[in-house]
Design a protein around this ligand. Sequence first.
Ligand code: ZN
Length: 329
Amino acid sequence: MIVKSKTKPLLLRQLEALLNRIPNTHSKRRFIEEDYAKQKAGYKGEKSLEYHLSYLPEKDYYIFHDLRLSASKHYFQIDILILTPFFISILEVKNISGSLYFNPAFTQLVRTIEDKEEGFPDPIQQVKRQAYHLKSWIEEQKFPVLPIEPLVVIGNERSVIKFDPRDKTSPQLVIPSSEIPYKINYFKNKYKTEAHSTGQLKKLINKLKNSHTPLLTEILQRYHIGPAELKQGVQCQKCFSYPMIRIHGRWICSACKHLSKDAHIQSLQEYSLLINQSISNSHAKEYLGIESRDSVKRLLQSISGKKAGAKRGTKYLLDSFIDNPDSFH
Ligand SMILES: [Zn+2]
Protein backbone atom coordinates (compact mmCIF):
# COMPACT_ATOMS: atom_id res chain seq x y z
CA MET A 1 0.00 0.00 0.00
CA ILE A 2 1.06 3.58 -0.50
CA VAL A 3 1.84 5.05 2.92
CA LYS A 4 3.15 8.39 1.67
CA SER A 5 1.93 9.33 -1.77
CA LYS A 6 3.65 11.34 -4.44
CA THR A 7 2.56 14.94 -4.04
CA LYS A 8 3.75 18.08 -5.75
CA PRO A 9 7.20 18.87 -4.28
CA LEU A 10 7.49 21.94 -2.07
CA LEU A 11 10.15 23.48 -4.33
CA LEU A 12 7.86 23.16 -7.35
CA ARG A 13 5.02 24.85 -5.44
CA GLN A 14 7.42 27.61 -4.37
CA LEU A 15 8.55 28.17 -7.97
CA GLU A 16 4.92 28.32 -9.12
CA ALA A 17 4.15 30.92 -6.45
CA LEU A 18 7.25 32.89 -7.39
CA LEU A 19 6.37 32.93 -11.11
CA ASN A 20 2.91 34.12 -10.15
CA ARG A 21 4.31 37.00 -8.09
CA ILE A 22 7.35 38.15 -10.07
CA PRO A 23 6.72 40.80 -12.74
CA ASN A 24 6.98 39.63 -16.38
CA THR A 25 9.77 42.11 -17.05
CA HIS A 26 11.94 41.03 -14.08
CA SER A 27 15.51 40.15 -15.13
CA LYS A 28 15.55 36.89 -13.07
CA ARG A 29 12.29 35.55 -14.53
CA ARG A 30 14.00 33.55 -17.29
CA PHE A 31 16.20 31.60 -14.82
CA ILE A 32 13.21 30.84 -12.62
CA GLU A 33 11.23 29.59 -15.62
CA GLU A 34 14.12 27.28 -16.61
CA ASP A 35 14.37 25.85 -13.08
CA TYR A 36 10.62 25.45 -12.97
CA ALA A 37 10.60 23.47 -16.25
CA LYS A 38 13.31 21.12 -14.89
CA GLN A 39 11.52 20.56 -11.59
CA LYS A 40 8.23 19.98 -13.36
CA ALA A 41 9.73 17.39 -15.72
CA GLY A 42 11.24 15.57 -12.72
CA TYR A 43 7.90 15.55 -10.93
CA LYS A 44 6.06 14.27 -14.00
CA GLY A 45 8.67 11.52 -14.46
CA GLU A 46 8.35 10.36 -10.86
CA LYS A 47 4.58 10.58 -10.98
CA SER A 48 4.58 8.25 -13.99
CA LEU A 49 6.35 5.57 -11.88
CA GLU A 50 3.16 5.12 -9.86
CA TYR A 51 1.88 2.97 -12.71
CA HIS A 52 4.77 0.50 -12.44
CA LEU A 53 4.59 0.48 -8.63
CA SER A 54 0.89 -0.40 -8.85
CA TYR A 55 1.91 -3.89 -10.02
CA LEU A 56 3.26 -4.67 -6.54
CA PRO A 57 0.64 -6.48 -4.41
CA GLU A 58 -0.79 -3.89 -1.97
CA LYS A 59 -0.66 -6.04 1.14
CA ASP A 60 3.01 -7.05 0.80
CA TYR A 61 4.65 -3.67 0.25
CA TYR A 62 4.62 -0.32 2.02
CA ILE A 63 5.59 2.48 -0.33
CA PHE A 64 6.83 5.94 0.67
CA HIS A 65 7.50 8.74 -1.81
CA ASP A 66 9.92 11.59 -1.03
CA LEU A 67 11.13 10.87 2.47
CA ARG A 68 13.53 13.31 4.06
CA LEU A 69 15.06 11.98 7.26
CA SER A 70 18.01 12.87 9.45
CA ALA A 71 20.64 10.45 10.74
CA SER A 72 23.62 11.58 12.83
CA LYS A 73 22.46 15.19 12.33
CA HIS A 74 22.58 14.91 8.51
CA TYR A 75 19.54 15.02 6.29
CA PHE A 76 19.14 12.59 3.44
CA GLN A 77 16.35 12.26 0.90
CA ILE A 78 14.90 9.12 -0.65
CA ASP A 79 12.77 9.30 -3.81
CA ILE A 80 10.96 5.99 -3.21
CA LEU A 81 11.25 3.59 -0.27
CA ILE A 82 9.65 0.14 -0.49
CA LEU A 83 9.36 -1.57 2.88
CA THR A 84 8.61 -5.23 3.58
CA PRO A 85 9.20 -7.34 6.73
CA PHE A 86 12.07 -9.04 4.84
CA PHE A 87 13.96 -6.22 3.12
CA ILE A 88 13.87 -2.58 2.09
CA SER A 89 14.51 -1.30 -1.40
CA ILE A 90 15.28 2.36 -2.05
CA LEU A 91 14.90 3.89 -5.49
CA GLU A 92 16.70 6.94 -6.82
CA VAL A 93 14.80 8.19 -9.85
CA LYS A 94 16.61 9.90 -12.73
CA ASN A 95 14.87 11.52 -15.64
CA ILE A 96 17.83 12.41 -17.80
CA SER A 97 17.33 12.17 -21.54
CA GLY A 98 19.92 11.20 -24.13
CA SER A 99 22.58 8.51 -24.07
CA LEU A 100 23.77 7.76 -20.50
CA TYR A 101 27.12 6.14 -19.77
CA PHE A 102 27.94 4.96 -16.26
CA ASN A 103 31.67 5.47 -15.86
CA PRO A 104 32.81 3.35 -12.89
CA ALA A 105 36.42 4.60 -12.98
CA PHE A 106 35.36 8.18 -12.28
CA THR A 107 32.08 7.37 -10.51
CA GLN A 108 30.37 9.70 -12.92
CA LEU A 109 27.37 9.62 -15.21
CA VAL A 110 28.11 10.99 -18.67
CA ARG A 111 25.21 12.13 -20.77
CA THR A 112 25.54 12.64 -24.52
CA ILE A 113 22.87 14.55 -26.34
CA GLU A 114 23.23 16.06 -29.81
CA ASP A 115 27.02 15.38 -29.74
CA LYS A 116 27.38 17.32 -26.50
CA GLU A 117 28.79 15.56 -23.43
CA GLU A 118 27.85 16.50 -19.89
CA GLY A 119 28.89 14.97 -16.56
CA PHE A 120 26.53 14.27 -13.64
CA PRO A 121 27.26 12.92 -10.14
CA ASP A 122 26.98 9.12 -10.20
CA PRO A 123 23.43 8.18 -9.08
CA ILE A 124 24.70 4.72 -8.04
CA GLN A 125 26.98 6.34 -5.47
CA GLN A 126 24.11 8.63 -4.44
CA VAL A 127 21.68 5.79 -3.75
CA LYS A 128 24.38 3.71 -1.99
CA ARG A 129 25.03 6.68 0.29
CA GLN A 130 21.31 6.93 1.04
CA ALA A 131 21.25 3.20 1.88
CA TYR A 132 24.11 3.80 4.31
CA HIS A 133 22.28 6.74 5.95
CA LEU A 134 19.04 4.77 6.13
CA LYS A 135 20.84 1.90 7.88
CA SER A 136 22.21 4.38 10.46
CA TRP A 137 18.74 5.89 10.89
CA ILE A 138 17.14 2.46 11.54
CA GLU A 139 19.89 1.66 14.07
CA GLU A 140 19.40 5.03 15.79
CA GLN A 141 15.66 4.29 16.08
CA LYS A 142 16.55 0.91 17.66
CA PHE A 143 14.79 -1.21 15.05
CA PRO A 144 16.34 -4.42 13.75
CA VAL A 145 18.29 -3.63 10.59
CA LEU A 146 17.04 -5.44 7.53
CA PRO A 147 18.78 -5.81 4.17
CA ILE A 148 18.65 -2.64 2.06
CA GLU A 149 18.68 -2.94 -1.74
CA PRO A 150 19.50 0.33 -3.52
CA LEU A 151 18.38 0.86 -7.13
CA VAL A 152 18.70 3.62 -9.70
CA VAL A 153 15.57 3.90 -11.84
CA ILE A 154 15.79 5.56 -15.24
CA GLY A 155 12.38 7.16 -15.70
CA ASN A 156 12.86 8.30 -19.27
CA GLU A 157 12.00 5.36 -21.54
CA ARG A 158 13.89 6.80 -24.48
CA SER A 159 17.22 7.16 -22.65
CA VAL A 160 19.96 4.82 -23.89
CA ILE A 161 21.93 3.24 -21.04
CA LYS A 162 25.57 2.15 -21.52
CA PHE A 163 27.98 0.45 -19.13
CA ASP A 164 31.67 -0.39 -19.20
CA PRO A 165 31.84 -4.09 -20.35
CA ARG A 166 34.18 -4.85 -17.41
CA ASP A 167 31.75 -3.31 -14.92
CA LYS A 168 29.69 -6.17 -13.48
CA THR A 169 28.02 -4.23 -10.60
CA SER A 170 26.35 -1.19 -12.19
CA PRO A 171 24.07 -3.15 -14.58
CA GLN A 172 22.59 -4.89 -11.51
CA LEU A 173 21.71 -1.58 -9.88
CA VAL A 174 20.38 0.49 -12.78
CA ILE A 175 16.97 -0.43 -14.22
CA PRO A 176 14.30 1.10 -16.45
CA SER A 177 11.10 1.97 -14.60
CA SER A 178 9.14 -0.88 -16.27
CA GLU A 179 11.45 -3.37 -14.53
CA ILE A 180 10.61 -2.26 -10.97
CA PRO A 181 8.01 -5.02 -10.25
CA TYR A 182 10.34 -7.79 -11.53
CA LYS A 183 13.34 -6.53 -9.59
CA ILE A 184 11.33 -6.20 -6.37
CA ASN A 185 9.95 -9.70 -6.90
CA TYR A 186 13.53 -10.94 -7.31
CA PHE A 187 14.40 -9.43 -3.90
CA LYS A 188 11.30 -11.05 -2.44
CA ASN A 189 12.57 -14.47 -3.51
CA LYS A 190 16.06 -13.67 -2.30
CA TYR A 191 15.14 -12.70 1.29
CA LYS A 192 13.19 -15.29 3.21
CA THR A 193 13.93 -14.24 6.79
CA GLU A 194 11.42 -11.96 8.45
CA ALA A 195 13.34 -9.25 10.31
CA HIS A 196 10.26 -7.57 11.81
CA SER A 197 7.13 -8.82 13.54
CA THR A 198 3.83 -7.27 12.40
CA GLY A 199 3.81 -4.98 15.46
CA GLN A 200 7.38 -3.85 14.89
CA LEU A 201 6.69 -3.22 11.23
CA LYS A 202 3.73 -1.00 12.11
CA LYS A 203 5.92 0.98 14.50
CA LEU A 204 8.59 1.39 11.85
CA ILE A 205 6.00 2.57 9.29
CA ASN A 206 4.73 5.22 11.71
CA LYS A 207 8.25 6.26 12.66
CA LEU A 208 9.20 6.75 9.00
CA LYS A 209 6.03 8.73 8.33
CA ASN A 210 6.41 10.98 11.37
CA SER A 211 10.13 11.58 10.92
CA HIS A 212 9.75 13.08 7.47
CA THR A 213 10.90 16.73 7.50
CA PRO A 214 10.09 18.67 4.33
CA LEU A 215 12.76 21.00 3.04
CA LEU A 216 11.61 24.58 2.71
CA THR A 217 14.04 26.47 0.49
CA GLU A 218 14.68 30.17 1.15
CA ILE A 219 13.52 30.74 -2.38
CA LEU A 220 13.89 34.53 -2.56
CA GLN A 221 17.44 34.32 -1.19
CA ARG A 222 18.24 31.65 -3.75
CA TYR A 223 17.55 34.09 -6.59
CA HIS A 224 18.64 37.21 -4.66
CA ILE A 225 15.20 38.75 -4.89
CA GLY A 226 13.73 41.04 -2.22
CA PRO A 227 10.06 40.73 -1.10
CA ALA A 228 9.43 44.29 -2.38
CA GLU A 229 10.21 43.15 -5.95
CA LEU A 230 7.15 40.86 -5.92
CA LYS A 231 3.64 41.85 -6.94
CA GLN A 232 1.54 42.81 -3.93
CA GLY A 233 -2.17 42.34 -3.44
CA VAL A 234 -4.78 39.69 -4.06
CA GLN A 235 -4.91 38.10 -7.50
CA CYS A 236 -8.13 37.59 -9.46
CA GLN A 237 -8.72 33.87 -10.09
CA LYS A 238 -10.64 34.60 -13.27
CA CYS A 239 -8.48 37.03 -15.27
CA PHE A 240 -5.31 36.70 -13.11
CA SER A 241 -4.77 40.44 -12.78
CA TYR A 242 -3.79 42.32 -9.60
CA PRO A 243 -5.15 43.63 -7.29
CA MET A 244 -8.62 42.72 -6.13
CA ILE A 245 -10.25 45.28 -3.85
CA ARG A 246 -12.00 44.36 -0.60
CA ILE A 247 -15.52 45.81 -0.36
CA HIS A 248 -18.22 44.73 2.12
CA GLY A 249 -16.50 41.46 3.00
CA ARG A 250 -15.92 40.43 -0.60
CA TRP A 251 -13.15 40.79 -3.16
CA ILE A 252 -13.87 42.49 -6.46
CA CYS A 253 -11.45 42.43 -9.39
CA SER A 254 -10.47 45.92 -10.51
CA ALA A 255 -10.14 44.66 -14.11
CA CYS A 256 -12.98 42.19 -14.79
CA LYS A 257 -15.28 42.86 -11.78
CA HIS A 258 -15.20 39.18 -10.76
CA LEU A 259 -16.39 38.68 -7.17
CA SER A 260 -14.80 36.31 -4.66
CA LYS A 261 -15.15 35.53 -0.97
CA ASP A 262 -11.86 33.74 -0.45
CA ALA A 263 -9.37 35.10 -3.02
CA HIS A 264 -7.03 36.06 -0.15
CA ILE A 265 -6.33 32.38 0.62
CA GLN A 266 -4.12 31.84 -2.41
CA SER A 267 -2.29 35.11 -1.71
CA LEU A 268 -1.52 34.07 1.87
CA GLN A 269 -0.50 30.61 0.69
CA GLU A 270 1.98 32.26 -1.68
CA TYR A 271 3.18 34.51 1.15
CA SER A 272 3.94 31.44 3.28
CA LEU A 273 5.78 29.70 0.41
CA LEU A 274 7.85 32.74 -0.54
CA ILE A 275 8.26 35.14 2.36
CA ASN A 276 7.37 33.86 5.83
CA GLN A 277 5.35 31.15 7.54
CA SER A 278 3.71 33.68 9.83
CA ILE A 279 2.27 37.15 9.24
CA SER A 280 1.47 40.14 11.46
CA ASN A 281 -1.64 42.28 11.07
CA SER A 282 0.32 45.23 9.67
CA HIS A 283 2.19 43.09 7.10
CA ALA A 284 -1.07 41.45 6.01
CA LYS A 285 -2.71 44.89 5.68
CA GLU A 286 0.02 46.01 3.34
CA TYR A 287 0.32 42.73 1.42
CA LEU A 288 -3.41 42.20 0.89
CA GLY A 289 -4.14 45.90 0.40
CA ILE A 290 -6.77 46.22 3.12
CA GLU A 291 -7.25 49.50 5.01
CA SER A 292 -8.99 48.28 8.13
CA ARG A 293 -7.02 46.57 10.88
CA ASP A 294 -10.18 44.88 12.15
CA SER A 295 -11.14 43.28 8.84
CA VAL A 296 -7.57 41.97 8.46
CA LYS A 297 -7.85 40.53 11.95
CA ARG A 298 -11.12 38.75 11.13
CA LEU A 299 -9.71 37.46 7.88
CA LEU A 300 -6.52 36.09 9.47
CA GLN A 301 -8.45 34.53 12.33
CA SER A 302 -10.69 32.73 9.88
CA ILE A 303 -7.80 30.99 8.13
CA SER A 304 -5.29 30.48 10.95
CA GLY A 305 -6.27 29.08 14.31
CA LYS A 306 -2.72 29.39 15.58
CA LYS A 307 -1.19 32.59 16.90
CA ALA A 308 2.16 33.57 18.40
CA GLY A 309 3.01 36.69 20.43
CA ALA A 310 0.53 39.15 21.92
CA LYS A 311 -1.23 42.44 21.14
CA ARG A 312 0.47 44.44 18.35
CA GLY A 313 3.20 41.76 18.06
CA THR A 314 0.70 38.98 17.33
CA LYS A 315 1.61 36.81 14.37
CA TYR A 316 -0.74 34.41 12.65
CA LEU A 317 0.83 31.10 11.69
CA LEU A 318 0.54 30.09 8.04
CA ASP A 319 2.57 26.87 8.31
CA SER A 320 -0.43 24.64 7.61
CA PHE A 321 -0.24 25.86 4.00
CA ILE A 322 3.23 24.28 3.80
CA ASP A 323 2.43 20.93 5.42
CA ASN A 324 -0.88 20.33 3.74
CA PRO A 325 -1.35 22.20 0.48
CA ASP A 326 -4.90 20.97 -0.01
CA SER A 327 -6.21 21.82 3.45
CA PHE A 328 -7.84 25.02 2.28
CA HIS A 329 -9.30 23.85 -1.01
ZN1 ZN B 1 -10.41 39.68 -12.89
